[in-house]
Design a protein around this ligand. Structure first.
Ligand SMILES: C[S@@+](CC[C@H](N)C(=O)[O-])C[C@H]1O[C@@H](n2cnc3c(N)ncnc32)[C@H](O)[C@@H]1O
Length: 367
């Protein structure tokens, strides 16, 4: 019989019980997360300081101790460490995800098919278009979109603000700009902040910043307050402006894992489980006009099923938000997660490989 896993948290607060006998921290026991007094289904929350801890200290007090107890508690305990990813580790795991998924190719399809007509009306003839990227990462997607804006508005000046808390991402973004000789008439301002810090800064300075195009691409999973973030950035739109949110779609494998197989995920995962369906609930509540474009995307997770595989290990880390999940998770949890990943609502199998459904929704909100 599998040993039962108990999770103990240093600086533990408000623990809630979950089905497999673990103590889960920072999770609303009803499976709901309150977002501005509204309830979104199946969104898991994090403690307020978790993101900060993860951002600021590699060995912050966020480690969890997994005590593998034999069922009758009579024998000596085996101790293993299971902890959340640091910012650096998350960035590395995300890179591995990008390398083995069609995430950026999927965005490229959207860029080519839909984005030109979406950005064509921005600014209504203004000579400067103000763009804001929130959680831009290394800026790869941002630069592609700026080029499309320029192609639809020849000769305009683009003023591009970037909010990105990870300093390494900002450095990589700056390098990408330096190496892009075609980016004429574009100015860049980087703010090494979280979206909430940026909002707070503007409010403290009593500043009303308006933008013609704001994008939140694959980053809402990590913000402190999702509904407020969407509302705040929507309020920053000028006339003839658009807000673009890119997020996993409500019929992706992520949705199945997060909603149907939640008990297969470890408590070390500190992100929000949010999909396009949840964003739509917020937008409906706001009463704003929006359009959704769905694009298929796949993530080859075959190596996740191979014990000891380096790439599979990184993938499982990204999936679970946990450092070295393959080697630190209790065997039972690992087996259950792999079983869930192989289910048809999560993945498809082709030529001996397993493709996780990473379908994306591009949500375009008008000002
Ligand atoms: C999954 S990456 C997406 C990067 C980029 N938008 C893309 O699609 O390639 C998420 C990004 O959001 C940033 N991020 C994390 N928490 C954030 C927050 N609270 N506010 C703003 N950005 C955040 C991370 O540093 C990371 O660069």
């Amino acid at each position: 019989m599998e040993p039962m896993a108990k999770v103990k948290r240093v600086l533990e607060r408000n623990p809630g019980k979950i089905a497999d006998g673990c103590l889960r921290v920072g999770v609303f026991s009803n499976g709901f997360c309150t977002l501005n007094c509204s309830k979104l289904p199946a969104v898991r929350s994090i403690e307020e300081d978790d993101e900060y801890d993860a951002r600021t200290a590699k060995d912050a007090s966020f480690e969890k101790e997994i005590l593998m107890n034999p069922p009758n508690n009579s024998e000596h305990c085996m101790t293993q460490l299971m902890r959340s990813l640091t910012v650096e580790e998350y960035a590395k795991a995300f890179k591995s995800f990008l390398d083995h998924s069609t995430e950026h190719q999927c965005m490229e399809q959207f860029n080519q098919k839909e984005l030109p007509s979406i950005v064509a009306g921005l600014g209504n003839g203004k000579s400067t278009i103000h763009v804001l990227g929130v959680g831009s990462g290394t800026g790869e997607q941002d630069l592609k979109m700026i080029r499309i804006i320029q192609s639809k508005h020849p000769g305009v000046l683009v003023k591009n603000d970037v909010i990105e808390p990870n300093p390494q991402h900002i450095l990589a973004y700056k390098d990408a700009v330096r190496n892009s000789s075609d980016l004429k008439n574009v100015s860049f301002t980087w703010h090494q902040l979280t979206s909430m810090e940026y909002e707070k800064q503007l409010k403290e300075q009593n500043m009303q910043k308006k933008y013609d195009f704001i994008h939140l691409i694959q980053m809402l999973y990590r913000v402190e307050d999702i509904a407020n973030t969407i509302m705040f950035f929507h309020s920053c739109l000028d006339c003839y402006a658009k807000l673009l949110i890119i997020i996993v779609s409500g019929h992706s494998g992520w949705t199945s894992i997060w909603k149907n197989y939640r008990d297969c995920l470890p408590p070390t995962d500190s992100g929000h489980y949010i999909t396009a369906d949840d964003v739509k609930v917020v937008l409906e509540g706001m009463g704003v006009k929006y359009q959704v474009y769905d694009f298929p995307s796949a993530w080859d997770i075959t190596e996740c099923f191979v014990d000891g595989d380096h790439i599979g290990g990184h993938m499982l880390d990204f999936l679970t938000g946990t450092k070295d999940f393959m080697n630190t998770a209790p065997l039972d949890l690992k087996q259950r997660l792999r079983h869930a990943l192989g289910q048809p609502e999560c993945s498809t199998k082709k030529d001996g490989r397993v493709f996780f459904r990473n379908d994306l929704s591009m949500i375009v909100v008008s000002s």
